[in-house]
Design a binder for this molecule. Structure first.
Ligand code: ATP
Ligand code: MG
Length: 431
């Protein structure tokens, strides 16, 4: 019989992977807590219209990447391809946006039907950060500072760089779009196939075409920067001043546009050259019109999302990983002979006294030697050895597995005291 396999582009994460994921998620959460952001959770499925209305009908995501199907009631539902639309929907539904500001984050799976390759999957994970009710460039700067802080924490600031741009007001963008279409239409034959199609559907996206010929053609065309309205221009200038003052490195990329329709004014991406074509690790911007577009009161908003698979790939190849990340326990309790009951009792007492301690107990019997081998493989710092003699005397032997220290014999009551210092490096880092 043919074995059933996972769906293409949807990955299993095995224990060796989850150790890195947990470490990275802990770093992300710690950074977010450090900036005073609160978590919000919403379902992974929504009514299809939510994404159509927000992301835009003629975007890659809505045109060809969504997992959309009818539920048993005939209603069209979609597995979320991103989080912003759901976040706005949830905030509106629960009245979080009226007369207040919000700084929120969420983390979880997103779904896009794409061609799977390194750093690009059909189920992938994002941490999304969204702020509402704040209009000035100071919050844009705060978000970029948060991203920068996180990349530094993960030891990645040397291999990612921040690009920013302003998309201006709707009117400014519309005027620019018109000029761009006029210019490109006169040179349509020189455009790559994708851009030809976009010329009539979503011309701004041509700006980030990967084709060198198209890029060369754009050099002679109109520039978005020249069409910016006065107030967007001021907003953007102030943002760059704040970034300069905060020491956040960036470059202005006048061709940076985003693939989703709802952005206006500030747009940004953190890119890397270490992941092939999957260069964007983190992307976002301002979307002051989205809340109103989805039926709420006009509410300024700005946010971004980090692709966690890409972040993990970068952390693995370029970042700083703490020692001992793959150890599942700090202490391994070997139970040699007929001492299972005593071992379980000792383990229970130690776990109760030291809730932070990761203690693995040997199960399945076996010789002293084979148990010690398992202890070594577990990554534990210390093995506790309980043999029949020790059990009879209320003692336990302590063997240091990673240090050159003599074995000790201790009263079982004194072990907890000794083990307080044995917390794994990985755990310390993650806290
Ligand atoms: P790309 O240009 O690489 O397709 P995007 O502009 O579609 O990216 P966004 O919608 O801005 O991506 O999503 C934010 C981040 O989520 C991206 O910067 C990337 O790190 C990550 N991401 C997007 N799509 C995928 C995917 N299919 N697999 C893994 N990560 C993804
Ligand atoms: Mg994409």
């Amino acid at each position: 019989m043919k074995k059933i396999q996972a769906i293409r582009g949807m990955n299993d994460l095995l224990p060796a992977d989850t150790a890195i994921w947990q470490y990275m998620e802990a770093c992300v959460k710690r950074a977010l807590a450090g900036f005073g952001y609160s978590e919000i959770r919403f379902p992974i499925m929504e009514q299809t219209d939510l994404f159509k209305r927000s992301i835009g009908e003629v975007t890659d995501i809505v045109e060809k990447e969504m997992y959309t199907f009818e539920d048993r009631n005939g209603e069209s539902v979609t597995l979320r391809p991103e989080g912003t639309a759901s976040c706005v929907r949830a905030c509106e539904e629960h009245g979080l946006l009226y007369n207040q500001t919000q700084r929120l984050w969420y983390m979880g799976p997103m779904f896009r039907y794409e061609r799977p390759q390194k750093g690009r999957y059909r189920q992938f994970h994002q941490v999304g950060i969204e702020t509402f009710g704040l209009e000035g460039p100071d919050i844009d700067a705060e978000l970029l500072l948060l991203g920068y802080h996180l990349f530094r924490q993960l030891g990645l600031d040397h291999c990612v760089s921040l690009q920013i741009n302003s998309l201006g007001s709707d009117a400014a963008r519309a005027a620019f779009r018109e000029a761009l279409v006029k210019y490109l239409s006169a040179h349509e034959a020189q455009l790559d196939e994708d851009s030809k199609r976009r010329l009539h559907t979503n011309p701004l996206r041509i700006l980030d075409s990967k084709s060198p010929d198209t890029q060369a053609l754009l050099d002679g065309g109109p520039s978005l920067a020249d069409y910016l309205d006065e107030s967007s221009h001021e907003h953007f200038t102030r943002l760059t001043q704040l970034l300069d003052a905060a020491g956040v490195p960036y470059s202005v990329n006048p061709r940076l546009v985003r693939g989703l329709d709802y952005y206006s004014r500030t747009a940004f991406e953190w890119v890397t050259d270490r992941l092939g074509a999957q260069s964007a690790v983190c992307a976002g911007g301002r979307y002051d019109n989205l809340v109103a577009q989805l039926g709420g009161r006009p509410t300024p908003a700005v946010g971004f999302a980090i692709g966690l698979e890409r972040l993990v790939l970068l952390v693995q190849s370029e970042g700083r990983l703490p020692e001992g990340l793959d150890a599942s326990v700090d202490v391994y309790l070997a139970a040699v002979g007929d001492v299972q009951a005593e071992a379980l009792k000792l383990a229970a007492s130690l776990r109760e006294q030291l809730p932070q301690l990761r203690l693995g107990m040997h199960c399945g019997g076996g010789s002293f030697k084979s148990q010690l081998k398992k202890a070594d493989k577990s990554g534990a710092q210390v093995a506790l050895i309980l043999g029949e003699d020790e059990a009879a005397e209320g003692k336990v032997a302590v063997k240091y597995l990673r240090e050159d220290r003599p074995q000790q014999s201790l009263n079982q009551n004194d072990v907890a005291q000794l083990l307080t210092s044995v917390a794994s490096g990985a755990q310390q880092e993650a806290k």
